[in-house]
Ligand binder design. Structure first.
Ligand code: GLY
Ligand code: MN
Ligand code: MN
Length: 439
């Protein structure tokens, strides 16, 4: 399983069709240092990976559809047997042509010398100004030089356009091969959640549950966690990105686990919340049922042709109705929603695009008041929640929250593929009914 070289080529061809006489430049992700000369595990930039499948740092990919000889050019770290003994295998320029389908490949040390020939005949440069400031400067300085010489040559790039707007719409629609990768990433994530639910009992520590989850990720061939695993018991569940995972779990705790596996660069993202001791308290159950209902109604709103914001709006309405029924919000429902008086309980959106990035590429809006329309091949998360922090501050005019509700945090998150006639929940193998959460 995996993405074939032919698919990477098709992606490049499609991008080149879109950029016409432009030249696109993509830079690899920088390496990140943990301390001194010890680095973090390398993670390629998803745009770069999407177009090349190439997983090394200090690389640059150039697409120059108008160039007479070379349309796809790679700059890579040169072969260096001595360095490779220390820091690992490098593909090198020769194999980059053969194995990655580049028309030409050069050592990265030759970038400044070789790049101009691919820019001079372009009518614009496509480049995303990213976090690598040094590389941004390099691209801009090449462009400035070409602008200065334009009057004498009469050709050259007259503008820089952001690659996001041409590449990300492509990344948003998953191909059959990508969908297979997503199925694998979500299946491993699901297996890890099911294992965690069996394993978690009062007296164990959150990090022990984390270890079970991440053990499953690797055991099943995943690269590891798609993002830092959140294993949050009791009131920790009210901290959205809690990752300390060091508390000992108690009999009456809920445990919120938000964890997903990265498989071949594609990501799962699942949240489940269940009672560690096997039985919800009445208050926990009441909150859980509202969130479950909100999630189920929101999933129904995830269909082709629907605007992106609809499933969030659906979830918010169900959450607000539920909280009103419990007396935790009071007043006029339309006003509560319009003035966002539910926000002390629900402060995030109901999901995000999912794929090569956990918060995947692509816009949510087409203009100030027009949302993206859902299409077959999109994948998104549906993840409503209610968080009643121990020190929750109600919105103006809303009641103080009685003690018995405080410290409850619930989120339920699934990964959903939009299909031709509706949707498919890719993570349906993880149960979520009240009965199943108690068993
Ligand atoms: N775990 C990250 C998210 O749910 O967005
Ligand atoms: Mn999540
Ligand atoms: Mn998510």
């Amino acid at each position: 399983m995996g993405i074939e070289q032919t698919e990477y080529r098709q992606r490049r061809e499609k991008l080149m069709e879109k950029i016409g006489n432009g030249t696109a430049i993509f830079c690899s992700a920088p390496t990140a240092v943990m301390h001194n000369d010890v680095g973090y595990i390398y993670r390629q930039h998803s745009d770069f990976f999407y177009l090349t499948g190439f997983n090394e740092s200090e690389a640059v990919a150039v697409l120059a559809p108008h160039h007479k000889e070379h349309r796809f050019i790679l700059f890579v770290q040169p072969k260096d047997p001595e360095k490779e003994t220390w820091t690992g295998y490098r593909v090198g320029a020769d194999a980059a042509k053969e194995e990655y389908g580049a028309d030409e490949a050069y050592p990265i040390t030759e970038l400044d010398e070789k790049l101009p020939q691919y820019l001079e005949g372009a009518d614009r440069i496509y480049y995303h100004l990213g976090r690598d400031e040094a590389f941004n400067e390099k691209v801009l300085s090449h462009w400035k030089r070409l602008i200065l010489t334009y009057p004498k040559r009469g050709t050259g790039p007259v503008a820089i356009e952001d690659t996001n707007f041409v590449l990300h719409p492509m990344r948003q629609i998953k191909s059959p091969a990508e969908l297979e990768m997503m199925r694998k990433a979500t299946a491993i994530s699901a297996a890890a959640h099911n294992r965690a639910r069996e394993f978690a009992t009062p007296g164990k520590y959150e990090y022990q549950v984390q270890a079970e989850i991440e053990h499953t990720f690797r055991l099943e061939g995943g690269m590891g966690p798609a993002y830092p695993s959140i294993v949050a018991s009791g009131a920790n569940a009210c901290i959205l990105h809690y990752i300390e995972n060091d508390r000992q779990m108690q009999e009456n705790d809920l445990l919120l686990i938000d964890a997903g596996c990265c498989y071949g660069y594609y990501n799962g993202d699942i949240t489940r919340t269940f009672p560690v001791g096997g039985k919800f308290t009445p208050e926990q159950k009441a909150i859980y049922e509202i969130v479950l209902e909100a999630q189920s109604k929101a999933i129904e709103a995830v269909r082709p042709g629907k605007a992106y914001n609809e499933y969030h709006d659906t979830a918010v309405r169900v959450l607000v109705e539920g909280l009103m029924n419990l007396g935790l919000l009071v007043g006029d429902i339309e006003e509560i929603i319009k003035e966002e008086k539910y926000k002390p309980f629900y402060m995030h959106k109901t999901g995000h695009w999912l794929g090569l990035d956990v918060h995947d590429a692509g816009t949510y809006k087409n203009s100030e008041d027009s949302w993206q329309i859902l299409q077959p091949g999109h994948i998104l998360t549906v993840e409503p929640g209610i968080y009643i922090a121990p020190d929750i501050k109600p919105a103006e005019g809303q009641p103080e929250i009685p003690e018995k509700w405080r410290g409850i945090g619930v989120r339920i998150e699934d990964d959903v593929l939009i299909t031709v006639d509706g949707n498919e929940v890719l993570t349906s193998m993880v149960p979520k009914s009240v009965e199943e959460m108690e068993s």
